[in-house]
Design a protein. Structure first.
Length: 49
């Protein structure tokens, strides 16, 4: 009886392409989160004055 391999092992090219596609999305999400924290920080400073 043959063992069935996981789809990720059978198709490494598609996994690599999807990984390359996801990396810029992660950078965008991190940048948005960083900008949101800076905005909240400055809003907090304005309220403390």
């Amino acid at each position: 009886m043959e063992k069935k391999e996981a789809p990720s092992i059978c198709k490494p090219v598609e996994e690599n392409n999807s990984r390359n596609f996801h990396i810029p999305i992660l950078y965008v999400l991190v940048a948005i989160g960083f900008a949101a924290w800076i905005t909240l920080f400055f809003l907090g400073l304005e309220k403390c004055k």
